[in-house]
Write a protein that binds this ligand. Structure first.
Ligand code: PEP
Length: 255
């Protein structure tokens, strides 16, 4: 499948890190380092940093995303933030279904689907995370798990809406652990996800969708991972908190 048919995107996932002054400093350092990027550049930041990030990235090639959103437009959901609230601020992207949300906050494939649909309805672009646990990989059911997560998350999503979705394959055992999937493992699962998308939609949709790899991607391994035919950039946790490291990954995906 032809890599030239889709855009590589490097997205940072800051998780629960950075105060507003720290966010401002990191973004100021990052702007000149990624200004000539040949791939999409997104930073997904805590809610409290969204306004700061939107202001600091104005007029640059860096897009801003949130790390989650609720499925309802408004209402009695204490502590939650709706997709419409994010869109109104000017936020463009939202991460949905990150494994930390699934692991610590009871996120299921069904709630992921509800959030995906709400985000699309609000006009946001979605970075949809899927990935297997270590025991699931060791049991040989990676494809079943990732296939099911993808199918349920995309329930009710039209082919037109799919253009606003990036899928991030993130093996849970590789997130924040320093254990990266090999380039072959990453490519194999990314390719499988593309075949799932082809079955759900068609070849054009499968060729066009950006499928990232995420899980301990860093300045050293980014070249090999992003060179894989089915790996269209990455979702970056730890290494997105240091501007030179994140910029090196952007440079790798720009080749
Ligand atoms: C992530 O949070 O999505 C992630 C991939 O984290 P890390 O790069 O730190 O493994």
């Amino acid at each position: 499948m032809n890599k030239a048919l889709r855009q590589a995107v490097i997205a940072g996932n800051w998780k629960m890190n950075k105060t507003r002054p720290e966010a401002k400093a990191l973004i100021s350092e990052l702007i000149p380092l990624v200004k000539d990027a040949g791939c999409g550049v997104v930073i997904c930041v805590p809610y409290t940093n969204l306004e700061t990030a939107l202001d600091a990235t104005k007029g640059t090639n860096i897009k801003v995303g949130a790390e989650n959103c609720h499925w309802a437009e408004s209402g009695a959901f204490t502590g939650e933030i709706s997709a419409a609230m994010l869109a109104e601020m000017g936020v463009e992207y939202v991460v949905i279904g990150h494994s930390e949300r699934r692991q610590y906050f009871g996120e299921t494939d069904v709630t992921v689907n509800k959030r995906v649909r709400a985000a699309l309805n609000a006009g946001l672009k979605v970075i949809l995370c899927v990935g297997e646990l270590l025991e699931q990989r060791e049991s040989g059911i990676t494809e079943e798990i990732v296939g099911m997560q993808t199918k349920v998350a995309l329930g009710g999503v039209t082919k037109e809406e799919l253009k606003n979705i990036i899928i991030a394959y993130e093996p849970v055992w590789a997130i924040g652990t320093g254990k990266t999937a090999t380039a072959e493992q990453a490519n194999e699962v990314n390719h499988y996800i593309r075949t799932v998308v082809e079955k759900l939609y068609d070849k054009e949709a499968a060729d066009g969708i950006t499928i990232q790899y995420g899980g301990s991607m860093n300045a050293k391994n980014a070249d090999e991972l992003t060179a894989q035919p089915d790996v269209d950039g990455g979702l970056i946790g730890g290494a997105s908190l240091k501007a030179p490291d994140f910029a090196a990954i952007v440079a790798a995906a720009s080749k």
